[in-house]
Design a protein around this ligand. Structure first.
Ligand SMILES: *Cc1c(COP(=O)(O)O)cnc(C)c1O
Length: 435
């Protein structure tokens, strides 16, 4: 049996690592080194001419980080390569700079991670990236109508936060491809266990590995994964066909990214240019922690989904709850899309409306004992937050109104604890808050 047809559960513990290449170490070693000996002047010549792809300097490549990149690639059927970065925000910003910079437009909607939306108004224009927003995120025709000559990509999240809406990726991939542009998907909430965007036409997938992918609330990290299939040579993306001195050949002739990385143009260019010159490199130790987390990805996410699916009807039956947002909630409009895209479960983020005063809601938050009050998701521990007053507070009024994020929203990220203990915790905090 080859690595290509291993099941997901096997790939998450084995793919991308061969112990015989690492002193037979069973656990992936942490190569905590800045540089690698060049040995001889002759080898140095070959290394600096990129004729030898052994590691040279850890900002560009590191054996521990390399295993992580190979493993994450292996977790996505249809992926050609991945690049690990120092944060999810680095993954998002590098991907957008790569596809649209300078002067290009990216088409998106407001159902995005708060930091991503904030970046649209606060930094992307300064970097030469223009953002166009479709106001009805579910209206596929609206994306088609909003595409112009300058649109370089459609960018969406697969499951969104905090209201757990589900995006019709295949329909958006069709729209993007009709216009010769890639679909870029932030798949952080779903993880590759619940959803493989490449199977639905995505060309590039980004992750905050900080969240459920690593799953233990102990790292900040990001990844960009590509299919390798998208045609960046159509003329719409001159940055991929322009020669770079950095990529010169043995005769000192500058080469283009497409010529040097024909099978992995997107991540190849990110490594040669963005990682090399802008420098958001992931540390080998953090790569090791993520590898350790990924070993249990399917087990953790399946249990978190089970906890989410158990808390939804319990919340819907509670008098202190006015509404519950999760595709499995009764009457949720995203149920069908979730059945299509998320057969293993619609994720572990569940938001609800607190049926009480702002004062009572604050008392509720102050009195949960097991749920941890913090700005994170996807942890092994269950987390709680009031997003409208915290994680999403920097959103413009237009963005906040558009996403339907109302002040009474409470967001839960279900962890691995016993569902009885989690329900008992919420019950006692509701009781104190409303008494
Ligand atoms: C957290 C998050 C990010 C940003 O990732 P960091 O690792 O915190 O930089 C991007 N997208 C989504 C969907 C996220 O949840």
């Amino acid at each position: 049996m080859t690595q290509e047809n291993w099941d997901f559960a096997t790939r998450q513990v084995r793919a991308g690592y061969n112990p015989t290449e690492h002193n037979h170490a069973v656990s992936v070693p942490i190569y905590q080194t800045t540089a690698y000996t060049l040995e001889t002047a002759q080898r140095a010549d070959a290394m600096f001419a990129f004729e030898d792809d052994d590691p040279l300097y850890t900002r560009l490549s590191n054996p521990t980080v390399d295993v992580l990149e190979r493993r994450v690639t292996a977790l996505h059927e249809g992926a050609a390569a991945a690049i690990a970065l120092a944060s999810g925000m680095a993954a998002v910003s590098y991907a957008l700079l790569n596809v649209a910079g300078p002067g290009g437009h990216v088409l998106t909607n407001y159902r995005l991670y708060g930091g991503t939306v904030d970046g649209f108004s606060n930094i992307y224009p300064e970097l030469g990236i223009h953002i166009d927003v479709v106001l009805d995120a579910d209206d596929i025709d609206a994306y088609e109508q909003a595409i112009t000559e300058d649109t370089k990509a459609i960018y969406v999240e697969s499951i969104t936060n905090p209201l757990a809406t589900v995006t019709d990726l295949a329909a958006l991939a069709d729209v993007a491809h009709r216009h010769g542009i890639p679909l870029i998907v932030d798949n952080t909430l779903a993880t590759p266990y619940l959803l493989n965007p490449f199977a639905h036409g995505a060309d590039v997938v980004v992750y905050s590995a900080t969240k459920a992918l690593s799953g233990h609330g102990n790292v900040i990290a990001g990844l960009v994964v590509e299919s390798g299939d998208f045609d960046y040579g159509s003329g719409k993306f001159p940055q991929f066909t322009a020669p770079h001195w950095f990529l010169r050949d043995a005769d000192d002739v500058p080469q283009s990214c497409l010529a040097v990385f024909p099978d992995i143009p997107f991540t190849g260019r990110l490594r040669a240019l963005h990682l090399n010159y802008l420098g958001a490199a992931l540390s080998p130790f953090d790569a090791y922690l993520i590898l350790l987390g990924i070993e249990t990805l399917s087990e953790r996410v399946a249990r978190q989904v089970a906890n989410a699916e158990a808390i939804v009807p319990w919340l819907q039956a509670h008098p202190a709850v006015s509404w519950v947002a999760h595709p499995t909630a009764a009457g949720n409009p995203y149920r069908q899309l979730a059945e299509k895209y998320l057969p293993r479960g619609a994720g572990s983020i569940v938001s609800f409306g607190f049926a009480g005063t702002e004062e009572q809601k604050r008392r509720f938050l102050d009195n949960v004992k097991l749920f941890s009050y913090q700005a994170n998701i996807g942890d092994a521990r269950s987390l709680i937050i009031n997003p409208a007053q915290t994680t999403h507070i920097e959103l413009s009024n237009e963005a906040r109104a558009n996403t339907g994020l109302v002040p009474e929203t409470i967001r839960l990220s279900l962890g691995l604890e016993s569902i009885q203990d989690l329900q008992a915790d919420l019950a006692q905090a509701f009781e104190i808050a409303l008494s």
